[in-house]
Design a protein around this ligand. Structure first.
Ligand code: KG4
Ligand code: ZN
Length: 340
């Protein structure tokens, strides 16, 4: 797949210090993720300054562990990949500067990667990963978007949330329920034994023309149910809330495939490990003969394997050590990272 033998990758765009070593064929030799969740939990969300400091404290030791696990030495690495945006500027800078330093010291290529590109290509070297073109639905704590991934490797945003991301809705409602941060996984677990038809939630933008989403109305309704407390049952509430999010996502993703006449759909991002979303997407896409690719659950939330795999999918001729980190980098601008 690539002329690189081994690639070292970093992902520090938010609250995980992730380091991976992946072969040129995409095989995972090491996948280390240090989660800062417990450091941010007391504040109910990510505090950027705490995140930056924690990345600085962790990145050297986690890189050493990755080399131990992979049983490789730095001289056996042929390229370095790192997330350069979008994300929190301090955390992005820590990963990018460390990666550049490593690449310069080893005199090897440096490959800047767009965070969403990482989520899209997290399963890229698995056998059943579809060939371009395909539609990608990326759902995380910071993003909820639909992308048209073209044959010429161009990625175009065709729909996005107009307000909260789906993961953000899980986290904000979870915080009101006292479930800590992040709450998506816990709500998913609670929902497993709950009744999804018990609470009625609005499905926003259901009949809108385009492919945009909106989750703030759903969040407001959820907070009203929580305040009202009458006959409140946590498991039923989580199942109903999760169902409304899954329906909104699945309907728009299938509509995008049908409208664009592309029968391949790739799911990605932290929320894509949600059990009901995965089940509903598989079930509802059958009748339209849409092939759905689900990444393995351990590669849904932020990790550095996805950054390595996205780097492998690029055809690179030169490194750009001047490439900067950008907190609001659009996917359409990702080529700017590579301009020398
Ligand atoms: O992709 P990710 O690790 O970070 C961002 O790029 O934002 O996604 C984190 C998000 C959080 O909002 C978390 O609550 C959500 O993914 N999440 C889930 C599940 N696992 C993680 N949401 C619903 N169900 C899950 N099983
Ligand atoms: Zn992410």
């Amino acid at each position: 797949m690539s002329s690189y033998q081994n690639i070292l990758a970093f992902e520090t765009s938010c609250d995980d210090t992730a380091v991976a070593i992946v072969t040129g064929q995409g095989e995972i030799l090491a996948n280390i993720v240090y989660s800062q969740d417990s450091e941010h939990t007391p504040y109910g969300g990510v505090v950027p300054e705490i995140g930056s400091r924690s990345h600085i404290e962790q990145i050297v030791s986690k890189t050493k562990i990755a080399f131990e696990v992979a049983k490789l030495s730095p001289s056996e690495i042929n390229a370095v990949a790192v997330t350069c945006g979008p994300g929190l500027i301090g955390p992005l800078l820590v990963g990018a500067q460390f990666a550049k330093g490593f690449a310069l010291a080893q005199k090897i290529p440096f490959i800047p990667v767009h965070h969403i590109e990482g989520h899209i290509f997290s399963g890229a070297t698995q056998n059943n990963f579809p060939k371009l073109p395909f539609i990608a639905l990326i759902v995380s704590g910071g993003h909820t978007s639909l992308y048209l991934c073209q044959e010429d490797n161009k990625i175009i945003t065709i729909g996005q949330t107009l307000d909260d991301a789906a993961g953000e809705a899980f986290d904000k409602v979870g915080r009101a329920l006292g479930l800590g941060y992040p709450a998506g996984k816990k709500m998913d677990e609670l929902a497993m034994s709950g009744d999804k038809n018990r609470f009625k939630f609005p499905i926003a933008m259901k009949n809108s023309h385009g492919f945009d989403f909106s989750f703030s109305g759903l969040k407001t309704k959820a907070l009203q149910f929580i305040e009202n407390k009458d006959n409140f049952c946590l498991k039923d509430f989580c199942a109903s809330f999760q169902e409304a999010i899954a329906i909104a996502l699945v309907e728009k993703a299938i509509k995008a495939c049908k409208t664009k006449k592309i029968n391949k759909l790739v799911l990605g991002g932290g929320v894509s490990s949600n059990s009901r979303l995965r089940e509903l997407l598989i079930n509802n896409s059958l009748k339209d003969e849409i092939n759905v690719f689900l990444p393995s659950k351990n590669l849904c939330t932020d990790n550095a394997v996805m950054i390595a795999r996205a780097a492998l999918a690029k055809k690179l001729s030169a490194s750009n050590f001047l490439s900067d980190v950008r907190s609001n980098l659009k996917i359409e601008e990702r080529e700017l990272l590579l301009k020398v």
